[in-house]
Design a protein around this ligand. Structure first.
Ligand code: ARG
Length: 457
């Protein structure tokens, strides 16, 4: 039965009903919907709006509905939305007393409450998953802190660094992602129930009490705002999209690192797939999907922004469109974080290939310029001299490492035997011991900081 049939004489057209109903997707929030109703019912009892007997009868029936859905005994079908479904079932079980539950409440504040409860759980789960991922990356970084590799700018070899340094970079991003979700939670965890349809209620309700029962930190301060904004959902989707972007970037690296041209990683059999025609293939499908699925979640964010743009106060049915992007983002993010953490724990790095690549592309040219600058030549001039040395190497098929001291001396009298050590990748790495650098001692500090950050999350 519709919750609003009194004013109508004809049934909703079949296709219009199909179009209007949200049960097919908002059934996902049945736990939140029932929890919100139980708290609302207890509040009505506390405030004397219903009596204790009525309160107990309604709460007992709601508990029974929850148990039956959880246990697979009650199928969620045959109603307009989850709110109607639970209320219809309540009345079916408890009789007329069930019809009192909706006193001082509207589906508008009810649905806003359900979504906030739902997102709060999503956030807590996501923070835990991000913590595991950041830990897995930090552990890998610790194991690879002496593995040299090139750092790139413009996708060209730029300076030597270590794989540990590289992995810590991403671990830092995922820690920040977790912090963003935690910050967003503060704005999600505010109770809109009591806002009513839009202009609140005439009943003497106790919103703070309902908030306490449901674990909210406070209540929304304006009923029109309470039922009509979804900024907290947009913020959640923005956090989700940002996390997916980070996943997309690191997986893009792994896709090309797995190719023969790079050969930096050996894809684990458990996380790659073959080709139906090319027997030799081992494809980075998981990494590609992690890259591709970022598009979905960015799309979910754009959907929500577009739905809300230009909506007048207060509730508009457009807002029913908030759920599918939220559910999709949550499901995509959860699966992505789980599979990628498992991948990181399993993936093997080809240390020989990474170390060999570190010195390529004259990546130690900055060392040469720094060497001259530390001996008194202004850096700009040192840069100029080094540029000429690189040109000499290019034209004579030499590397900065196999140049002789005499050759170096032809470019500047400031060179001595020390230059041959200075242009070794390991030496370049070891001397970068400033905060944020790639020296093993500094990386130890970064790793310790990351571990402490993960514990704090
Ligand atoms: N299914 C609706 C939604 O998700 C619930 C609120 C309905 N409110 C209303 N006034 N029709 O937004």
């Amino acid at each position: 039965m519709k919750l609003w049939s009194g004013r109508f004489t004809a049934e909703l057209n079949e296709i219009a009903e199909l179009f209007n109903d949200s049960l097919a997707f908002d059934r996902t929030m049945y736990r939140q919907d029932i929890a919100g109703s139980v708290a609302h019912c207890k509040m009505l009892g506390k405030c004397g709006i219903i009596d204790a007997k009525e309160r107990d009868a309604i709460c007992a029936a709601l508990d029974g509905i929850l148990a039956d859905i959880d246990g697979g005994k009650l199928e969620i079908v045959g109603a307009e939305d989850i709110h109607s479904f639970v209320e219809n079932e309540l009345v079916r079980r408890a009789g007329d007393v069930g019809k009192k539950l909706h006193t001082a409440r509207s589906r508008n504040d009810q649905v806003a409450t359900d979504i906030r409860l739902y997102l709060r759980d999503c956030i807590d789960k996501t923070v835990a998953l991000l913590k595991s991922l950041a830990r897995a990356l930090t552990d890998k970084a610790d194991a690879e802190k002496l593995t040299a590799m090139p750092a790139y700018t413009h996708m060209q070899k730029a300076q030597p660094t270590t794989l540990g340094h590289y992995l810590c970079a991403y671990a830092n991003m995922f820690v920040r992602d977790a912090d963003r979700f935690k910050d967003c939670r503060k704005r999600v965890n505010v109770l809109p129930l009591g806002s009513g349809a839009c202009a609140s209620t005439t009943f003497p309700i106790d919103r703070e009490y309902t908030a306490k029962l449901l674990g909210f930190d406070g209540v929304t301060q304006n009923s029109l705002d309470g039922v009509s904004d979804r900024d907290f959902a947009i913020e959640y989707l923005s956090c989700a999209a940002q996390t997916m972007l980070h996943l997309s970037r690191i997986n893009e690296e792994f896709v090309y690192w797995s190719g023969e041209e790079f050969g930096f990683i050996a894809l684990p059999d458990e996380y790659s797939t073959g080709s139906s025609i090319m027997p030799q293939k081992k494809n980075p499908d998981v990494n590609e999907l992690l890259r591709g699925k970022s598009g979905r979640v960015v799309g979910d964010l754009v959907t929500m922004l577009t739905v809300m743009k230009g909506l007048p106060l207060a509730y508009n049915k457009d807002m029913q469109e908030d759920k599918e992007p939220l559910f999709d983002a949550d499901a995509t993010l959860e699966l992505s974080l789980r599979v990628f953490t498992a991948f990181i724990n399993k993936v093997g790095f080809n240390r020989a290939a990474l170390n060999a690549a570190a010195a390529g592309g004259y990546s130690c040219a900055t060392e040469c310029a720094d060497y001259l600058a530390s001996r008194g030549l202004p850096f700009r001039s040192a840069h100029e001299v080094t540029g000429r040395i690189v040109l000499y190497c290019v034209e004579n098929g030499k590397t900065l490492q196999n140049m002789t001291v005499e050759e170096y001396k032809q470019f500047s009298p400031l060179f001595d035997g020390g230059i041959l050590t200075a242009v070794q990748p390991q030496s370049a790495i070891a001397r970068r011991n400033v905060i944020g650098g790639c020296a093993p001692s500094e990386l130890d500090r970064q790793i310790a900081t990351l571990r402490a950050e993960c514990d704090r999350l």
